[in-house]
Write a protein that binds this ligand. Structure first.
Ligand code: ADP
Ligand code: MG
Ligand code: ZN
Length: 478
């Protein structure tokens, strides 16, 4: 039998607020353990939570950007469970009344656009972190760091609309990009600011009823999401093909071995005993607030991609690559502003610039070559001061040293040779130095023109003006 894979993702995104969800503790990453805690997030008796307005605003912005419906009255709930990193013994979350209902996200799969529906987006607080390991004061003990406790998370729950591991990955990448554009989450999966649980089931192709699902917890990279789902799909197929049934359970992904392993079954599942949070009043959202937030939504990747094609005449491929990161798209536009030849800028940004960024693990706004500096370099090529080939090494130097293109060209004497008398002399020497090739060319092997161009460039350390070399060579060879 042929099976179809059905996937729904629950994504936890850490919101870019300065303080926690219910207290004024800071949310910065990598503070000393337990430095960012107070009686509220430590769950000491007698304290009361106060809701962070900015966290609500960022969730509203996300919900509205994804066409969700704001629940103008909604409520927090207690999710009860015991764990060393949860000092209160419950997590404040939302259950029956989430802040945002519905919504959707468009993804591009094999050149076509697919709409993935969302079930809900709700707000909740993060738990702390248990630390185990060799390099601790006492490796036999587990330690608890509560800095993360109470940090605001937005949980974005997709409908079971995804159909393959690759689609799940594309969805997650698109979601990360949109959250980055909205300035609500930095999307850093390594630091845990974006985490994903994947629900996976199979059903016979052509049927509607959903199969029994398993849930894979805490996937922390795009690669792991795709691999874990792919493994889980095959595992479930094996179970079904053996005539057995899939057991509904929570599983963990072992990235080193590339397998998912059972964590707890339905019988062992937590009963969270959800109930409305008595320490917080229901949250009423004023229509004016919603309108204000709606107005503040910036241009999103889909719109920007279309604009890059129509306004700058870029190929769809270039537009896709550039808008995948807001910082990259900003960098491109800032450079085009100074050097208004979009396709040339796009080639440099997607090529040399992106390669240096990846090597140095820089974000575009951290790069030593600013849009002003790149535009200066492109102007030098455009004016014929340096050749396109030399420009590539100049760019590498700019990136390494932080110096401007003009300075590097002057220091290293890289100005392009465009003096036709001088060039003619070099070419004559090249031809004289290669009598065999010259004879072959004259006997009809015209492909050798490229060889002579190459030798001339070599003789001038790449400084010769290539267009002039071509013209002069043709003249001299005739
Ligand atoms: P819970 O809150 O108990 O985890 P939900 O019904 O809210 O369950 O669903 C959580 C996620 O699981 C959603 O992303 C949803 O799309 C997905 N999901 C639900 N049923 C299935 C299924 N049979 N196969 C795959 N995904 C599913
Ligand atoms: Mg779940
Ligand atoms: Zn606190």
């Amino acid at each position: 039998m042929d099976y179809e894979c059905v996937i729904g993702l629950e994504v936890h995104a850490q919101l870019l607020t300065y303080s926690k969800l219910f207290c004024s503790c800071a949310t910065t990453f990598q503070a000393d353990p337990n430095d960012q805690t107070c009686p509220v997030c430590l769950g000491l008796p007698g304290v009361l939570p106060v809701l962070n307005r900015q966290a609500v605003e960022l969730t509203l912005r996300t919900g509205l950007a994804m066409q969700g419906t704001v629940a103008t009255s909604n409520r927090f709930a207690r999710k009860n469970y015991f764990y060393p990193d949860l000092p209160k013994g419950y997590q404040i979350s939302q259950f029956e009344e989430p802040l945002i209902e519905g919504g959707c996200l468009n993804i591009e799969i094999d050149g076509t656009t697919r709409q993935v529906c969302l079930n809900r987006i709700h707000l909740e607080e993060d738990a702390g972190k248990s630390i185990h390991g060799e390099n601790l004061a006492d490796p036999n003990k587990s330690y608890v760091d509560l800095n993360r406790t109470g940090v605001p998370l937005m949980e974005i729950v997709s409908a079971p609309d995804l159909r393959s591991p690759a689609e799940a990955r594309v969805y997650l990448q698109k979601l990360k990009t949109v959250l980055e554009y909205l300035d609500v989450c930095d999307g850093n999966m390594e630091e845990g600011s974006l985490r994903c649980d994947a629900n996976v089931s199979l059903r016979p192709v052509g049927t509607e009823t959903l199969g029994t699902r398993t849930e894979i917890k805490n996937l922390n990279s795009f690669r792991n999401v795709q691999q874990a789902i792919a493994y889980e799909m095959e595992r479930q197929r094996g179970v079904l093909e053996n005539g057995a049934s899939v057991v509904q359970e929570t599983r963990l992904f072992d990235a080193a071995r590339g397998v998912t392993l059972p964590m707890r079954s339905k019988e062992e599942a937590h009963d969270y005993r959800y109930f409305p949070e008595p320490d917080l009043v229901p949250l009423q959202i004023e229509p004016e607030w919603i309108e204000r937030v709606r107005q503040s939504i910036p241009e999103l990747p889909d719109a920007r991609r279309q604009r890059f094609v129509s306004q700058y005449g870029l190929p769809a491929y270039d537009a896709d690559v550039l808008v995948a990161s807001r910082a990259m798209a900003d960098y491109f536009e800032a450079t085009v502003e100074l050097f208004p030849q979009p396709k040339i800028v796009s080639n440099w940004v997607m090529g040399d610039f992106l390669r240096e960024l990846n090597q140095a693990h820089h974000r575009p706004d951290e790069a030593p070559v600013s849009p002003t500096r790149l535009a200066e370099l492109l102007r030098l090529i455009d004016e014929g001061t340096i050749s396109g080939k030399i420009a590539k090494t100049v760019f590498e130097d700019m990136y390494r040293t932080g110096k401007g293109a003009g300075d590097i060209v002057a220091e290293q004497g890289l100005v392009q040779m465009s003096d036709s008398d001088a060039l003619r002399e070099v070419i004559e020497q090249v031809l004289a130095g290669h009598p065999e090739q010259l004879a072959a060319y004259r006997a009809g092997k015209e492909k050798l023109l490229g060889f002579f161009v190459g030798q001339t460039m070599k003789a001038t350390q790449g400084k010769a003006n290539p267009a002039m070399v071509n013209t002069l060579l043709r003249q001299l060879l005739q």
